[in-house]
Design a protein around this ligand. Structure first.
Ligand code: BGC
Length: 745
């Protein structure tokens, strides 16, 4: 044996792949289930109990005696959260935990591009891996039921198909790093107001057709290794250990082998947590030591009370073993996966990904007279107005708040791009939120301004009247009630007098572009007066650069709305028919809860708009480009087939303008005659196609049984009824360009 052989033998021994002395659970050449059973058989009862609950704010202890590692989690979902103290939410004050803040998930959804979702997942997964985290708490994929939900910006819009397709690639991208996603918040977590006590009342069909499919896609097609249970209840039981959601559906019908992690502080009872399908408890008494004598974590619902319950015979070890198996699987797949790459943080690739996703997610909602992109032949003087042009927004919003390595504000981005040849002025226009601090992470911006609203407005109007173009940056800002966890918005209206300011600006200068920064729809009573409107989300580190890319035309916008932009709340089924935020009721312990009947049923978003023939400010799937696209006639490969067949629908799309650009082509299915009431149409496919000027490409979609079925609640199964169907090809849900019929015999 030469030196190389000795080294190889030693490392293989360490890797546990050849020596008979290496226990099976440490030998990663062995099948996963064999390793899990071997480890389980070696664990004491106490070790089993220890592994299923937290030992600190974000970690669980593993089994030190057996060399089974700790499991470290982190938020999620838009960047890796800075390190906090062991028991506190406060900062650990590390100097090496500044991350890449990626665009909000609504922005990602607005790209309608699974490849970008993969890139997003890969990049954020690399950052999590570099920080040695096993689990990243995201993606968030709750359905956008109301524009008021404070966390819409963390989610992927109103449509289950879109959210599901985008989630699958996010999941795969993250998990290729040996880092688990924790898909949240399963399920029906659709508002922040009363978030611990909301009890949605939802029928099975609505549950299966609207609120579950994205989660199912993440679990089955994405192969997500962990899920987070929500704070809310469902049918009177908390979601994190809801037997219907966790046992019957997730682990039963979907046969999923991952681990269910509670939301932080979502557990309130040992007995149901034991039997209701929860695997790991985190964040109970989230100030750490309140209930602790020497270690609060021993007092968790799934700690000593569970241990005592087993010892006294109240609980068997059956459920415990299932939980432990799931935690072991999660650990072997992540923290003890020796084949995982090393990860990286703040790399140039991550910056580029951030900028690309931001640029491709920005939605050009309106562009009358071709005001955008800025035409250097006509524009020399740019008046930038609005607090959101200068406010850093990677800090704030709740648990997704980040300590970003840097953040380019919109104003900086514009100065970077236009500074040399253009005269750029800035005026504040209004004062909104000046806090810039979340759990001790500070933006270090002093945004205080003590001028009166009238003075601020007068200055902005004056600047606007002297400019060739006015760029107003407003919207929301992740402050309480303005896109933030734990609080819903109070109305759809823009805060801080922005509507009046916009009216005054457009009067002073008709060349006004409104750049709305938010993660949810806002009322735009001035939409018909303002020529150009951009929906810009929260874009992370590269905010200003991504915006300047689109405003300058360096990037031709291609994003489309992942939700309906309602004109007012009454266009939203949840507000028109459903109850929000619910009526007072009691849970099984007599605690106060809020029942929220989802009376709108499956008619969420454009499904409600279509049914009631409403005209929203901007429809689901809408987004413009600086070029134009012409759709040809859609054709189908066969007009009749059986339910087992695949129908292929094709449509030619041509770039009829003079710039290269990408178009998202949307496929909706309509089932005009069915034994149940069905939506006018439902999204069942989308493709993004890049086209040079004059170029034509043919886009094709495969339609199968799943795309034609509805959930029959009585039979408790998906049913594809024979009959006529129609494939609708659209540029948005309200702009159908071609239709083709086919029949299932
Ligand atoms: C949020 C979760 C988050 C967790 C940990 C909770 O308050 O609802 O989304 O992952 O805190 O920070």
């Amino acid at each position: 044996m030469n030196k190389t052989h000795l080294f190889l033998a030693a490392s293989l021994f360490c890797a546990g792949s050849i020596s008979a002395d290496v226990p099976v659970y440490l030998d990663d050449s062995q099948p996963l289930e064999k390793r899990v059973e071997d480890a389980l058989a070696r664990m004491t009862l106490k070790e089993k109990i220890d592994i299923i609950h937290a030992q600190s704010k974000f970690s669980a202890p593993g089994v030190p005696r057996l060399g089974i590692s700790e499991l470290w989690c982190t938020d999620g979902p838009m960047g890796v959260r800075p390190e906090v103290l062991w028991d506190e939410w406060e900062q650990a004050s590390w100097t090496n935990d500044s991350c890449t803040a990626f665009p909000s998930l609504t922005c990602l959804a607005a790209t309608w591009d699974p490849e970008l979702s993969r890139l997003y997942g890969k990049s954020i997964g690399e950052e999590a891996r570099f920080r040695n985290k096993a689990v990243i708490l995201g993606p968030g994929i709750n359905i956008y039921r109301t524009p008021l939900n404070g966390r819409n910006f963390e989610y992927m819009g109103e449509d289950p198909y879109l959210a599901g397709r985008m989630a699958v690639d996010y999941v795969k991208g993250v998990q290729d790093n040996g880092v688990a996603v924790c898909v949240k918040h399963f399920a029906l977590n659709n508002n922040e107001i009363n978030r611990h006590t909301s009890n949605p009342i939802v029928d099975d069909r609505t549950l299966y057709e609207i609120y579950l499919p994205a989660f199912k896609a993440a679990a089955i097609d994405g192969g997500a290794w962990s899920f987070m249970g929500g704070y809310n209840l469902f049918r009177g039981e908390h979601a994190s250990y809801n037997p219907i959601l966790m046992n019957d559906i997730l682990k039963g019908e979907w046969n999923w082998d991952g681990a269910v992690i509670s939301d932080w502080g979502a557990v309130h009872d040992t007995e149901t947590a034991v039997t209701g399908g929860l695997d790991m408890e985190f964040g109970s008494w989230t100030n750490g030591l309140t209930n602790g004598v020497s270690n609060a974590y021993d007092n968790y619902w799934l700690a000593n009370p569970y241990l005592e319950g087993i010892k006294s015979g109240k609980y068997s070890e059956k459920e415990l073993n299932d939980k432990v198996r799931r935690v072991l699987r999660l650990t072997f797949r992540t923290a003890m996966n020796r084949n995982r790459p090393w990860g990286s943080m703040g790399s140039d690739e991550h910056k580029a990904a951030c900028r690309q996703i931001g640029g491709e997610g920005i939605v050009l909602l309106q562009n009358k007279g071709g005001l955008l992109p800025i035409d250097p032949a006509k524009v020399k003087k740019i008046a930038v107005v609005g607090e959101n042009a200068i406010k850093m927004m990677t800090v704030g919003g709740g648990s997704s708040s980040l300590k970003a390595a840097y953040e380019i504000t919109p104003l900086q981005g514009l100065r970077n791009r236009f500074g040399k040849d253009f005269d750029i002025t800035y005026s504040r226009g209004y004062v909104g939120d000046t806090l810039g601090d979340y759990n001790g992470v500070k933006t270090n911006q002093d945004l205080r301004d003590f001028r009166t609203p009238e003075e601020l407005r007068a200055e902005a109007v004056d600047a606007a009247s002297k400019a060739d173009i006015v760029l107003f940056f407003g919207g929301l800002n992740k402050a309480n009630h303005n896109d933030a966890e734990d609080s819903d918005r109070l109305s759809m209206e823009l805060p801080y007098g922005q509507d009046e300011l916009i009216e005054a600006l457009v009067k002073a200068n008709p060349n006004l572009v409104v750049v709305n920064i938010s993660g949810t729809g806002v009322a735009m009573p001035w939409a018909s007066k303002v020529p150009a409107i951009l929906q810009a989300w929260y874009l992370g580190n590269e905010t200003g650069n991504a915006l300047a890319d689109v405003i300058s035309g360096d990037v031709n916008p291609s994003g489309k709305l992942p939700y309906t932009y309602y004109a007012d709340l009454m266009q939203c089924g949840a507000h028109k028919l459903g109850e929000y935020p619910g009526t007072p009721a009691k849970d099984k312990f007599g605690n106060d809860i809020f029942d929220i009947p989802y009376n709108e049923g499956i008619y969420v978003g454009y499904r409600f708009i279509d049914k009631n023939k409403l005209k929203p400010t901007f429809p689901f799937g809408h987004g413009l480009s600086y070029t134009t696209f012409k759709y040809g006639k859609a054709t189908v490969d066969k007009t009749t087939g059986s339910a087992a067949d695949t129908f292929t629908v094709t449509v030619p799309v041509t770039n009829t303008g003079s710039r290269k650009g990408s178009e998202i082509v949307e496929l909706y299915i309509s089932d005009p005659k069915a034994s149940v009431d069905r939506p006018v149409k439902e999204l069942k496919g989308f493709r993004k196609v890049a086209l040079m000027p004059g170029e034509t490409k043919t886009v094709s979609f495969e339609i199968g049984k799943d795309d034609l079925s509805f959930f029959d609640a009585k039979k408790h199964e998906w049913v594809c009824e024979p009959g006529d169907f129609e494939a609708l090809i659209g540029a948005s849900s309200a702009d159908i360009r071609s239709k083709v019929k086919f029949a299932v015999k």
